[in-house]
Design a protein around this ligand. Structure first.
Ligand SMILES: NC(=O)c1ccc[n+]([C@@H]2O[C@H](COP(=O)([O-])OP(=O)(O)OC[C@H]3O[C@@H](n4cnc5c(N)ncnc54)[C@H](OP(=O)(O)O)[C@@H]3O)[C@@H](O)[C@H]2O)c1
Length: 304
């Protein structure tokens, strides 16, 4: 072997690998697109219950599933908003809709909403636990009422709805529970202890449930979006402390699109965003370093 040719051969191999990786990724994406196209058709006439459907990500879910021909149950506290959205998607996509005024933090409301959906459609294919609120500020300045409220809506709201729907899914031998957590449910950030805790709780709840209900034909998917341009900041319990506005991050439509794909791919969980996935890998390898970097976050996020 001519040793002088070795660097050249190495370079050629490197160039080949550099060309092969994007080609393989493009091929995989094309394959996924074709595979999802036929799966997409299966969403037609499925009954999808969405909590927190009056605005933001929940509204985007309602539109995304209606576009696929699903029957939509919209649940939130704002009666007028969900009624108007129900009419709008019924008109635009010619799908059946049901709007149920619901405060998911109240167990009886959550159970009644699921019962009304079952009465109307006979079964529920997909439950999306999306309703959520946020709170910011140093933990030592948080009041207990706000911290409890966050858990009541974000965690207990999902638990109540899931507990109400599971028996019907078990007896039917199929169903999907989709829980909307957050990037901060994978890597908590300072001045969001209560919110982060509620989103971690959702992840733990889902991980246990997923294994339990698999034998009944029920799948559990957790979605981890990062900053999304919605009303969440304006609706936060202590919004006067917050320095940043509602106009940062990804769009609700992107979150909805990626969630539909994650459901079609039957993923156990999905962290949205390449940068976010890289950040989590860095965090898993160097958590103390990330802790140090995070010390700057309170200054950027809140007026303390
Ligand atoms: N935006 C982000 O940056 C981001 C990032 C990661 C995860 N998420 C999660 O995504 C989900 C949706 O948030 P979003 O950004 O779309 O916020 P949003 O625009 O503030 O919408 C929140 C939705 O939840 C509903 N809701 C609040 N409290 C409720 C209750 N007690 N019972 C029933 N519904 C209730 C609201 O409707 P009513 O007020 O009419 O009840 C609204 O429809 C939340 O779980 C949030 O934690 C958001």
């Amino acid at each position: 072997m001519d040793k002088n040719n070795l660097p050249e051969k190495g370079l050629n191999l490197l160039l080949l690998a550099a060309a092969a990786v994007p080609l393989a990724v493009a091929g995989y994406k094309a394959f996924k697109k074709v595979a999802r196209k036929s799966l997409r058709k299966s969403l037609k006439d499925q009954v999808v219950v969405i909590t927190g459907a009056s605005t933001g990500i929940g509204k985007a879910y309602a539109i995304a599933f209606a576009r696929e021909g699903a029957k939509i149950v919209l649940a939130a506290r704002s009666t007028d908003k969900i009624a108007e959205l129900a009419r709008e998607i019924n008109r635009k996509y010619n799908v059946e809709t049901l709007a149920v005024t619901t405060d998911v933090a109240k167990e009886e409301d959550a159970r009644e909403m699921i019962e009304k959906a079952l009465d109307r459609f006979g079964h529920i294919d997909i439950l999306i636990n999306n309703a959520g609120i946020a709170t910011y500020g140093y933990f030592h300045n948080n009041n207990m009422e706000d911290l409890k409220k966050i858990m009541d809506v974000n965690f207990w709201g999902a638990v109540y709805c899931t507990h109400a729907v599971i028996p019907a899914m078990i007896s039917r031998g199929r169903g999907k529970i989709v829980n909307i957590s957050s990037f901060v449910g994978k890597r908590a950030v300072p001045v969001m202890a209560g919110y982060s805790a509620s989103k971690y709780a959702m992840g733990g709840f889902s991980e246990s449930l997923r294994v339990e209900v698999k034998k009944y034909g029920i799948d559990v998917t957790v979605i981890y979006p990062t900053s999304t341009r919605t009303e969440i900041v304006n609706n936060a319990l202590d919004k006067e402390k917050i320095k940043f506005g509602a106009n940062i991050g990804m769009t609700s439509d992107r979150v909805a699109r990626e969630t539909v794909n994650a459901i079609l791919d039957n993923k156990r969980d999905h962290v949205i965003g390449i940068g976010e996935n890289i950040a989590l890998s860095i965090n898993n390898t160097f958590p103390s370093f990330v802790d140090t970097v995070m010390r700057i976050a309170p200054k950027l996020m809140i007026n303390d």
